[in-house]
Design a protein around this ligand. Structure first.
Ligand code: UDP
Length: 408
C-alpha cells in the first residue's frame, strides 16, 4: 500500500530567520537552505510553517511568505540575546511552538535546523508524538576537526538529537561519510538532500555589463562571498592576492563580520592586507541581498572559497551556476561541487601561494578559463531546490509507514 504523504511540516529555525540577510552575523547558507527548501516543498503542495525567534522589534507575528509557506515569529527571550546564550531560551521557544502547533495546525513532521532547533524539535517530537528530521548544518565534532572547539554540552545535546531523529539530512556523500565516521550508525536514516541553486537569480550573463554595473574595469577580479570569520579563510584569499603579484588585480569581498570572532577577524584581515601591501586592491562590499549577488559572480574572473570546512558551500554552487570558475579548499561539500581542473580547482591546503598559482592559471589561459566557464554552468545543472524538495517529500511520506525512532 502506498504511504500517505504528509501534508504539513513544521520547520524550526530558532537562532536565525530564513528572512534575515545572509552573509553577515548569523545569516548564511542555513537561512538560504531553510527558505529555499521549505518554499520549494510548499510549491509541491505541502503546507509548511516555519518557526523562528523574533530577533528584533516590529516583526509581524505571522508572515505569509508564499502560498503554503507561513513563518511564525516566536517571542521567546530578549531581542538581542547573544548566540552563545540562546540555549537558555530553548525551553520557552519550545513551549510556545508546542502551544501554536496544538492550537493552529495538524502538523505531521518536524524539521529542525541546527542543534538549538534540534533540541527544541526533540522535545516537541515526544510532546506531540511526531517524527523528527534534523539538518545540523554544522556539528561540534566536525568543527573540532578543524580547530574550532565547541562546548561539551553542545556535543552531548547533538548526540542525543541524533539518537532520536527519524531522519538526518546531510547535503552530500562527503558529509554522510564524515557523519558516519564521527557518530557511527544512527537509529534513523541518513538522507542526502542535496541543496539547489535558484536559477532565476544565478545564471550566466554579460561580464562587461556586470563590471560596468559595479564600476569595475577590464582588470583581473577575484571574488570572496560570505560571512567573515576565521573558518571562511578570507586571510588566505588576501594572501593569494598578494602572491599573485598583479597590482591591477582587485579582490572583492562581499559579506560582513559573523560570530564571536567576526569583528576581530575583520581587523586581522585588514592588518594582514596592509602588511602585505595589497590593502588598496581590496574592495569590501556590504552584504548583498541574495538576488543581487549574481552581478558580483558574473563580474569575477574567479571565486575563491578557502574555507577550513564546509558542509556544502552554496557560494561555490552559485558561482558555477553563473559560469564563474571556483578555486576552493579540498574539504567537505566543496569536493562534490568543484571538479578539479573542470569547473575550477581544488587546493589541498589553505595556502595563499597555492591558491594564487591556480588563480594565475585561470587568468593567464583564456582557453582554459572559457572551458571552465562553460563546464561550470553544465556542472551546476544537476542541482535544484525543486529536486531537493521532491526528495524531502518522499522521505516525509515514508514516515507514515514507519515506527518512530525511540530515544536511545
Ligand atoms: N550570501 C548572500 N549575500 C551576501 C553574502 C552571502 O545572500 O552578501 C549568501 C550566499 O549567496 C550563500 C550563503 O549566503 O547562499 C552562504 O552560504 P554558504 O553555504 O556558502 O556558507 P555558510 O554561510 O553556510 O557557511
Amino acid at each position: 500500500m502506498a504511504a500517505t504523504p504528509a501534508q504539513h511540516v513544521a520547520v524550526l529555525s530558532l537562532h536565525t530567520s530564513p528572512l534575515a540577510q545572509p552573509g553577515v552575523g548569523d545569516g548564511g547558507g542555513m537561512n538560504v537552505y531553510v527558505r529555499e527548501l521549505t518554499s520549494s516543498l510548499a510549491r509541491l503542495g505541502v503546507q509548511c510553517t516555519t518557526y523562528t525567534r523574533a530577533w528584533k522589534p516590529g516583526l509581524a507575528d505571522v508572515v505569509d511568505i508564499e502560498p503554503n509557506h507561513r513563518l511564525v515569529h516566536v517571542r521567546a527571550g530578549d531581542f538581542d540575546v547573544p548566540k552563545e546564550q540562546l540555549i537558555d531560551i530553548v525551553p520557552e521557544f519550545t513551549d510556545m511552538v508546542s502551544h501554536h502547533l496544538r492550537t493552529h495546525s495538524a502538523v505531521q513532521v518536524i524539521h529542525a535546523n541546527y542543534w538549538l532547533s534540534g533540541l527544541a524539535g526533540h522535545s516537541l517530537k515526544h510532546d506531540l508524538n511526531l517524527p523528527l528530521i534534523t539538518t545540523f548544518h554544522t556539528l561540534a565534532r566536525v568543527k573540532a576537526l578543524h580547530g574550532d572547539a565547541e562546548s561539551r554540552e553542545r556535543d552531548k545535546i547533538e548526540s542525543s538529537i541524533i539518537g532520536c531523529s527519524d531522519a538526518i539530512f546531510v547535503s552530500c556523500e562527503e558529509e554522510r561519510d564524515q557523519f558516519r565516521t564521527l557518530y557511527g550508525d544512527s537509529p534513523g536514516t541518513v538522507e542526502v538532500i542535496t541543496p539547489g541553486v535558484e536559477r532565476a537569480y544565478f545564471s550566466p550573463g554579460s561580464r562587461s555589463g556586470a563590471r560596468s554595473a559595479l564600476s569595475l574595469g577590464a582588470h583581473p577580479v577575484l571574488l570572496f562571498v560570505g560571512r567573515i570569520q576565521p573558518l571562511k579563510g578570507l586571510d588566505v584569499a588576501i594572501e593569494a592576492l598578494a602572491a599573485l603579484r598583479r597590482s591591477d588585480a582587485v579582490l572583492l569581498v562581499v559579506g560582513g563580520a559573523s560570530g564571536r570572532d567576526g569583528e576581530a577577524e575583520l581587523q586581522r584581515v585588514n592588518a594582514l592586507a596592509e602588511s602585505l601591501g595589497v590593502a588598496r586592491q581590496i574592495r569590501f562590499v556590504a552584504p548583498q541581498p541574495h538576488h543581487l549577488l549574481a552581478t558580483y559572480y558574473r563580474a569575477a574572473d574567479v571565486v575563491l572559497v578557502p574555507s577550513r570546512s564546509e558542509s556544502f558551500g552554496l557560494v561555490a554552487l552559485e558561482a558555477s551556476a553563473c559560469g564563474t570558475p571556483v578555486v576552493a579548499t579540498a574539504v567537505g561539500g566543496l569536493l562534490s561541487l568543484v571538479d578539479d581542473g573542470v569547473n575550477g580547482f581544488l587546493v589541498p591546503e589553505r595556502d595563499g601561494q597555492l591558491f594564487a598559482k591556480r588563480v594565475a592559471q585561470i587568468l593567464d589561459d583564456g582557453a582554459l578559463a572559457d572551458a571552465m566557464r562553460q563546464r561550470a554552468v553544465q556542472r551546476s545543472a544537476a542541482y535544484s531546490w525543486q529536486g531537493a524538495a521532491r526528495r524531502m517529500r518522499r522521505v516525509v511520506a515514508e514516515f507514515a509507514a514507519r515506527d518512530l525512532v525511540l530515544c536511545s
